[in-house]
Design a protein around this ligand. Sequence first.
Ligand code: NAD
Length: 254
Amino acid sequence: MFSLSGKKALVVGIANDQSIAWGVAQAMRNAGAELAVTYLNAKAEPHVRPLAEQLNAPLVLPLDVSVPGQDAAVFEQIRQHWGQLDVLVHSIAFAPRTDLQGRVVDSSAEGFASAMDISVHSFVRLAHLAEPLMGQGGALMAMSYYGAEKVISSYNLMGPVKAALEATVRQLAAELGPGNISVNALSPGPMATRAASGIAKFDQLLDHAVQQAPMHRLATIDDVGALAAFLACDPARNITGNVIHVDAGAHIMG
Ligand code: NAD
């Protein structure tokens, strides 16, 4: 019932074996999906390619969403190789360090715009390119965080950015639903990844999450992968427009 056999999935956001996207890609592969994965640039490629080989991914392509045309090139490769796409996972975010580590009220217009473009509008662009390849329907997913809902100390600029991402997920779910395409945000608890290392006092966030969560533990990239794989399966086709937390319950605590 919960098989991804025959499904083609594009996973964007693997930097290394700690990336949330890596947990997602492994879970989807284990469920039977065939994968296309991307790497940011030539510097990232040697870290990503061995992981792509473990996934037997037939497509391993460069994608920096801030480079015009690279996203379209990825989808053209997918069209030529598979002729269809069933699943798209967007697991990327960026904010310039000075804007990320300062107060939002002090953020620069350029920093704010660049964080929104790479972390939110890139999802819109990828969804736009995916839609024509999802004639049979499909599943789109993006990674959010609880800082979209509540002010989390030191999450700063990424709070409004993730709030915009979650609103975008709902809007895309409404627009793409008639085409049988689901769109969901996954909201993992804090995990020690490379992106997380740019957030000030991240260790305190991890400690707090363990104390706060009813289960008193951190969620893992494998937990996120399991949810993503399920959402990609046909039995999950009526689950759309949600923000689903994978955080050992931390978000329910006051
Ligand atoms: P990560 O560093 O492993 O992944 C971030 C990815 O973003 C990297 O692969 C990087 O190459 C990519 N990226 C950055 N700029 C890009 C660009 N211009 N074009 C293409 N790719 C670009 O860290 P992660 O924690 O796995 O982050 C993945 C997602 O999960 C992000 O959206 C992040 O906000 C979200 N998230 C992380 C946590 C956490 O605690 N780590 C919690 C909730 C949500």
